[in-house]
Design a protein around this ligand. Structure first.
Ligand SMILES: [Mn+2]
Length: 424
């Protein structure tokens, strides 16, 4: 299914007057409204191929109707999202859940939908059918060299798929670690992992990056071999200039100051990618901005400040991706909400008066500093987001448009009720 520009335009027509009034007011009250709209139009967030199906927990998974049953259908879904919000112009593939059978055909389909290929993701946290060695006790950290070799070979295969598609980065998330004290020799686990990552690094094309993603706990509950940003930075620093740390918002211990982590990683030139989600307890994988929108804004404020300090382009300087799971929502509606929350936090960050904030900091004026931040956070910037979408030919209100145009119903008609997305 494809959405035509005319259908979206007709939908916008009905709510255009109300939007026009709201945007005119925003423009009157904000000096930089037009500049923010231009930046919003350039900013794209990648959709992971696994997020297009209904997610699950270790207790169960309740599939939704009309889920994409193939990589081609997942690409179509990202195309629909991008048609609705003009901000989802990239897909991040997970191998082996989404191995392209015909790279040229997939590349062609993506080009038709204006979708780029973001980072490719490897998987050594599950055993695949026919695989000689098990990852039950880890992959790159494993005590057995043969298991480590298998994990390295898999990552190199993932790079090969990425090269065929035009991807430029590999994300490695390892579930390696231990569940019990004494189970693992920490130093050997680190050294084995570093050695394996080094072999993967050596296979990277010249213009590629590798992102080392960390996670504090789960599936291992005593130690994780890439457990926090310090460990990830250690690997990335030892590997070389093509290796970076990847921050996933859900992969920290409760109450971690993620904005501070981001600021320091950016300062060191070692932040490469970002996975967005939200959580109340741990790696909840909830819709970005649904629980702690102020934290999301503070993170974006550090991202913008840090990127500007290094002269980085906001849209392409880092890999932006959603990494969420949707147990009770329609995955596509959830992704539209996540992208909206990210664009809003980005816009709020663009509205921070950095000079005034710096002056408040210099004067040790905590009150003035808070006023600056909360003024940006509390300004309603939704009309700017809608204006950016309107100018790009997308929907003024993507979720409402998705529902009004009965997109899910059309997908169910096309794919059937009992489809199950691969991988989850
Ligand atoms: Mn992640």
């Amino acid at each position: 299914m494809r959405l035509g520009k005319k259908e979206i335009e007709a939908h916008n027509e009905a709510i255009f007057d109300a939007h026009h009034r709201r945007y005119a007011f925003a423009k009157q009250t904000m000096a930089n409204a037009e500049a923010v709209v231009a930046k919003l139009m350039a900013f794209q967030v990648a959709i992971p191929s696994w997020a297009l199906g209904t997610g699950g927990t270790r207790f169960g998974r309740f599939s939704g109707p009309g889920e994409p049953g193939s990589l081609e259908q997942k690409l179509d879904d990202v195309g629909l999202l991008h048609a609705l919000n003009a901000s989802s112009g990239a897909i991040s593939l997970h191998i082996p859940w989404d191995i392209p059978k015909d790279h040229a055909a997939i590349r062609h389909q993506a080009a038709e939908l204006c979708i780029a290929f973001d980072a490719v993701n490897s998987n050594t946290f599950q055993d695949q059918p026919g695989q000689p060695y098990s990852y039950k006790f880890g992959s790159l950290q494993h005590v057995d060299r043969a298991v480590r070799r298998q994990a390295v070979a898999h990552n190199i295969e993932v790079i090969r798929h990425g090269v065929e598609l035009g991807s430029r980065s590999l994300t490695v998330w390892l579930s390696d670690g231990s569940c019990f004290p004494g189970q693992l020799n920490f130093r050997k686990a680190f050294q084995h992992t570093l050695e394996g990552l080094g072999e993967i690094y050596a296979a990277l094309p010249d213009d590629w990056k590798v992102f080392v993603e960390y996670k504090a706990f789960e599936p291992n509950f005593y130690s994780m071999t890439v457990g926090d940003w310090g460990q990830s930075l250690l690997y990335a620093s030892k590997l070389g200039e093509k290796a970076y740390t990847l921050v996933d918002l859900g992969h920290h211990l409760p109450n971690a100051n993620i904005e501070q982590i981001v600021a320091l990683l950016l300062m060191e030139g070692k932040l490469g990618g970002f996975h967005f989600n939200d959580s109340k307890y741990g790696d909840d994988d909830l819709t970005a901005g649904s629980i702690r929108p102020y934290q999301l804004f503070l993170i974006f404020k550090e991202l913008i400040e840090g990127m500007d300090a290094r002269g980085m382009d906001h849209a392409h300087g880092l890999g932006w991706m959603i990494d969420a799971s949707h147990n009770v929502k329609d995955p596509m509606e959830d992704l539209l909400q996540s992208v909206e929350a990210l664009m809003l936090a980005y816009a709020q960050a663009l509205c921070v008066d950095h000079a005034a904030l710096a002056a408040a900091q210099q004067a040790n004026d905590a009150v003035a500093a808070q006023e600056q931040l909360q003024d940006a956070f509390r300004t309603d910037l939704r009309p700017l987001l809608a204006e950016a979408r309107l100018r790009a030919g997308a929907a003024l209100d993507p979720v409402r448009c998705f529902r009004d145009l009965r997109v899910r119903e059309a997908l169910v008609k096309e794919r059937g009720h009992a489809t199950v997305a691969t991988g989850l």
